[in-house]
Design a protein around this ligand. Structure first.
Ligand code: GLC
Ligand code: CA
Length: 542
């Protein structure tokens, strides 16, 4: 929400929407980076860790937002981007100035090889992961864009400086951190070349810098010296951590973090963005994470974020009945064991936006991809077709608050065009409609709060071979249990009660209206229909 008409959402804008968040039932707000930043990567390129970017407000606004959240019993988690800084951060400016700078070793500098970069790693945002700096003739490493030089975590001074940053925000009263790109802090010692069988010169390099042995030592130290000294939450963005390794990160009494954002179901989509949802694969991946942390750790649950296109455009159905796919997908992930996160606009069932031409893309990855595809001779319409499906800008459009011009988000020109669907898909209209996606999210949140099995209950997979239905039971230690049954396909699907039978009163929630008693022995689920029942284990006397 933009409070001053400059087209950019800001802290006072968020402050004006706390009633909405409270009404919805949100209890922890995760704020994307609002530090001073040239915004090459939407604030994930920080140029000063201990201040607020002027376009977002002031430290006084931040304190007010925090106080107002706390007054309402809500918490605030901020996004710490500590794998890299902006190239405008004073540390980097000093580091690049001369080879003998005391901060030279705060970043990762190497000599080139005959006019080529020090090794053949590709950046996550495409192109070489190294940029030559004219001032000294050496190259610096950047796993993301060239404007996001990687900090040298092997240097204890760097680690201490970043700890001080975290402590500074903790002292200000923040309740925790989302730790950006935290599995990339450690690079493979020696920064070796990677095999390049096709001789392309620059190859995807995750294996050389993602979840490399030693990274956990950094995270443990950071935890010990900062947020573990406070009652603060830590959520790590943990690309490359498998469910088998998860306990080392979030195991109770063992891992340095409270939760991690795992990437497996994300990768499942990104490696096949054209394919419809394959329910058995999703069940295998999410089920594995549920089992791995059962009783020993805690999951972070998500189906959208700033990186992913909207979930109903990826896995749902944006035609009729669109609300059904939004609410069915919501039910599927929301009632698993863990903390469900909602990305702004997801609660409205927003779909991907519409891009008319390549000039509207703001996201740095999308822009780099355009250049790369153009250089490979691809035509604009091919590029647009790919990005319409995959671009991060799909989900970054401003929040549509009402059907007023610009969705009520701003009185000026928004920094990114609104999703053109805002006259129909917006907060105000859905708040009045008991059948809306928003109303459904509100019910989900309440249900999760009211029903103990949904918090602590074991996750028991049922209906294991169904290709359309994702179903599971949450079973509490006292035997009380809740079944979550979601048809995630655009086709009808059937479900039979087997080892779990319905209890009365049974139906706790459904995203379509259910006629009484049509569910006693089996369920005939309509496309994207989801139901939540109170159940019990079948016994010999049943
Ligand atoms: C993470 C963030 C992403 C950002 C990147 C670099 O992946 O989620 O938005 O671009 O890190 O900081
Ligand atoms: Ca503003």
């Amino acid at each position: 929400m933009d409070s001053n008409g400059d087209g950019i959402g800001d802290l006072r804008g968020i402050l004006s929407k706390l009633d909405y968040l409270e009404w919805l039932g949100v209890d922890l707000l995760w704020l994307c980076p609002v530090f001073p930043s040239p915004n090459v990567d939407n604030g994930y390129d920080v140029s000063n860790y201990c201040d607020i970017g002027p376009e977002f407000g002031t430290l006084a606004d931040f304190d007010l937002l925090l106080a107002e959240l706390h007054r309402r019993g809500m918490r605030l988690m901020i996004d710490l981007v500590i794998n890299h800084t902006s190239d405008r951060h004073p540390w980097f400016i000093e580091s690049r100035s001369t080879r003998s700078s005391p901060r030279r070793n705060w970043y990762i500098w190497r000599d080139g090889r005959d006019g080529a970069p020090p090794n053949n790693w590709e950046s996550i945002f495409l192109g070489p992961a190294w940029t030559r700096d004219d001032a000294t003739g050496q190259y610096y490493l950047h796993l993301f864009s060239a404007h996001q030089p990687d900090l040298n975590w092997d240097n204890p001074e760097v680690r201490a400086a970043l700890c001080s940053v975290a402590c500074w925000w903790l002292a200000r009263g923040v309740d925790g951190f989302r730790l950006d790109a935290i599995t990339h802090l450690k690079k493979q010692p020696g920064l070796p070349d990677l095999p390049d069988p096709d001789g392309t010169g620059c190859v995807p390099s995750y294996e050389a810098h993602m979840n490399i042995p030693g990274v956990l030592d950094f995270v443990h130290e950071f935890a010990r010296e900062s947020f573990r000294r406070h009652d603060a939450i830590a959520l790590g963005e943990a690309n490359g951590v498998s469910s088998a390794q998860a306990l080392e990160w979030v195991g109770t009494g063992r891992g340095p973090l409270d939760m991690i954002l795992q990437f497996e179901h994300w990768t499942m989509w990104s490696s096949h963005p054209h394919d419809p949802l394959h329910v058995p694969t999703l069940r295998r991946i999410l089920g594995k994470w549920q089992q791995a942390l059962q009783g020993k750790g805690w999951n972070a649950l998500y189906i959208e974020n700033t990186e992913l296109p909207r979930v109903i455009s990826r896995w749902g159905d944006v035609g009729t009945p669109r609300n059904q796919s939004a609410t069915a997908l919501a039910t599927m992930y929301f009632l698993m064991q863990g903390t469900p996160l909602i990305y702004q606009g997801q609660e409205l069932g927003m779909a991907n936006t519409t891009f008319h031409d390549l000039s509207v893309f703001n996201d740095v990855f999308s822009r780099n991809r355009i250049e790369q595809m153009r250089a490979a001779g691809q035509m604009d319409d091919e590029i647009l077709a790919e990005l319409a499906l995959t671009s991060r800008d799909n989900a970054r459009t401003p929040m549509p608050w009402s059907d007023a011009p610009q969705g009520g988000f701003t009185t000026g020109e928004p920094w990114l065009p609104l999703n053109p669907e805002y006259p129909a898909v917006n907060v105000a209209s859905q708040q009045q409609d008991p059948g809306s996606v928003l109303a459904y999210y509100r019910k989900l949140i309440r249900l999760r709060r009211q029903e103990a099995p949904l918090i602590d209950g074991r996750y028991v997979e049922i209906c294991k071979r169904n290709r359309r239905i994702y179903a599971y039971v949450r079973e509490a230690a006292d035997g009380s249990a809740i079944a979550v049954i979601c048809n995630l396909s655009p086709h009808p699907a059937s479900y039979r009660h087997r080892e779990w039978i319905l209890c009365h009163p049974d139906l706790l929630l459904s995203n379509l209206s259910v006629a009484p008693h049509d569910d006693t022995h089996s369920l005939r689920l309509r496309p994207f229909e989801a139901r939540v029942y109170r159940v019990r284990r079948r016994t010999a006397s049943d």
